[in-house]
Design a protein around this ligand. Structure first.
Ligand SMILES: O=C([O-])CC(=O)C(=O)O
Ligand SMILES: [Mg+2]
Length: 234
């Protein structure tokens, strides 16, 4: 995926990208129920690096388990390549945190682009001061092992009702996170730019008093006017 694709996706809203995926027949593309935490409200575009949790089991998920160098959560956090986003399947269960300030700091130091989960984080008031974008369903003081068993990483997961495959492209903005299948990223990025150009033109019309009917969507005449104006601007 070229840098222009990243740039175009970063300039588009998640709403526009959702539209473009819907036009292509994809309905479940927005991670349900997550919002950015604190001032890490920066937009991001990044490839997904996935981590999967299953329900904890009392004989396995003891405090000692974090000493295991192969522990999937620890291994994922220490190996995610810079520039990728860690997306965690927490089964929508935010009653125990998927990570906290120390793990999040490690991710930020390693150049992780964002952290996304359909669960929660703890130490959230500190995490919200960080620059790395963090998208969660909720916050809680409860530590991870109480409810979550990190089982593997870089496998297909579910997050907020959406299938996420390693290498899919995630885009986050103040409204949430959209998951773009990698093979569609390029064409979606181009058409998103087109859609936003047209919508800006239509918005000006609506601001100027135009009714929605005949404007949004535009009639063939209005569309031709837009195309002519765009052509004239080069
Ligand atoms: O115990 C946890 O779930 C993680 C934690 O507090 C941290 O990363 O600071
Ligand atoms: Mg902590």
């Amino acid at each position: 995926m070229g840098p222009e694709t990243f740039e175009r996706l970063g300039a588009a809203s998640t709403a526009t990208l959702q539209n473009q995926l819907f036009i292509r027949g994809l309905r479940r593309t927005v991670i349900q129920g997550v919002l950015p935490l604190g001032h890490g409200r920066r937009n991001f575009v990044a490839e997904a690096f996935t981590l999967r949790y299953i329900p904890a089991r009392e004989d396995l998920d003891t405090v000692e388990s974090f000493r295991d160098p192969e522990h999937a959560q620890r291994a994922a956090i220490d190996t995610i390549p810079a520039g990728q986003a860690l997306v965690v399947d927490s089964r929508g269960d935010g009653a125990a945190a998927s990570a906290g300030e120390i793990l999040m700091t490690r991710l930020a130091v390693r150049g992780c682009a964002a952290f996304v989960t359909d669960g929660s984080v703890r130490d959230s008031h500190h995490i919200s001061e960080m620059d790395m974008p963090v998208f969660v369903g909720s916050v809680t003081p409860t530590t991870n092992l109480v409810l979550h068993h990190a089982v593997d990483f870089q496998v297909p997961i579910a997050c907020g009702g959406v299938a996420v495959f390693p290498g899919d492209v995630l885009v986050g903005d103040p409204e949430g996170v959209v998951v773009i299948p990698r093979h569609l990223a390029e064409e979606v990025s181009r058409d998103a730019v087109e859609q936003e150009g047209l919508e800006e033109f239509l918005l000006e019309r609506v601001r100027g008093g135009a009714p929605v009917r005949g404007t949004y969507p535009p009639t063939a005449e209005l569309r031709a006017e837009y195309d002519a104006q765009r052509g004239a601007r080069g």
